[in-house]
Design a protein around this ligand. Structure first.
Ligand code: OGA
Ligand code: MN
Length: 215
């Protein structure tokens, strides 16, 4: 798959693309205005030291592994986040409802965090599902770097079947099935994004939300 299909921020189109390809780009989500507001919010929170080093694994294997992932994160439902984060979560949840009506995936809730990758960091090849949980079904990453240049690195490399596709983390979103393997190539400058997931009900699976993820 040399390029991903690109669709508008419309549940019908996204559902069709996910069914056919397992992944797509979403143009215009979030809007340019909301992208700027989210970027400012993320930068403010990062400067205020509200973002924390992300960990890998759960329970006994939970660990800080800068060699695996170098991002700093903060959940968007944290009280320190601004209005932009609340707007984004509302829109994401509306999208979840729309996808659920079409794909019958039992998507019960959304979760999302800001992610800041300091210069030189990335995230090694992984899946967004824990080995012991299939709660995460759909992954959605929104990019907050409108001035990103081709030489800045930091691409998302998504592995689909036998091939892979690279996506620059400029703006808009990419949506993919959480079972797909992907990686963040080292960024040559600070890289801001939101990583979000649509999940099956955690009460059904008895698994609390956690920042950590398995490889
Ligand atoms: C993640 C992730 C991709 C990206 O946070 O799990 O894979 O492009 N992010 O930021
Ligand atoms: Mn991931």
């Amino acid at each position: 798959m040399p390029v991903l299909p690109e669709v508008d921020a419309d549940a019908e189109a996204i559902a069709a693309a996910l069914s056919a390809h397992g992944a797509c780009r979403i143009a215009g989500f979030p809007t340019i205005d909301l992208t700027h507001a989210l970027r400012e919010d993320a930068r403010r929170l990062w400067q205020d030291n509200a973002l924390a080093r992300a960990a890998v694994g759960r329970g006994g294997t939970h660990a800080l592994r800068g060699d695996i992932r170098g991002d700093m994160t903060l959940w968007l439902d944290d009280a320190r986040c601004g209005d932009a984060a609340r707007d984004y979560l509302r829109q994401l949840d509306a999208l979840r409802v729309g996808l659920n009506q079409r794909l019958f995936l039992g998507l019960a809730e959304v979760e999302a965090h800001y992610a800041a990758y300091p210069r030189g960091t990335g995230y090694m090849r992984h899946r967004d599902r824990f080995a012991d949980s299939d709660a995460r079904v759909v992954s959605l990453v929104s990019y907050l770097n409108p001035a990103w240049q081709p030489g800045d690195g930091g691409k998302l490399r998504l592995h689909v079947g036998d091939s892979s596709v690279d996506i620059a983390p400029r703006d808009g979103s990419v949506c993919f099935l959480s079972e797909l393997e992907h990686e963040v190539l080292p960024a040559q400058r600070e890289r801001l994004s939101i990583a979000a997931w649509m999940r099956r009900s955690s009460s059904l699976h008895g698994l609390p939300r956690t920042r950590a993820r398995s490889l």
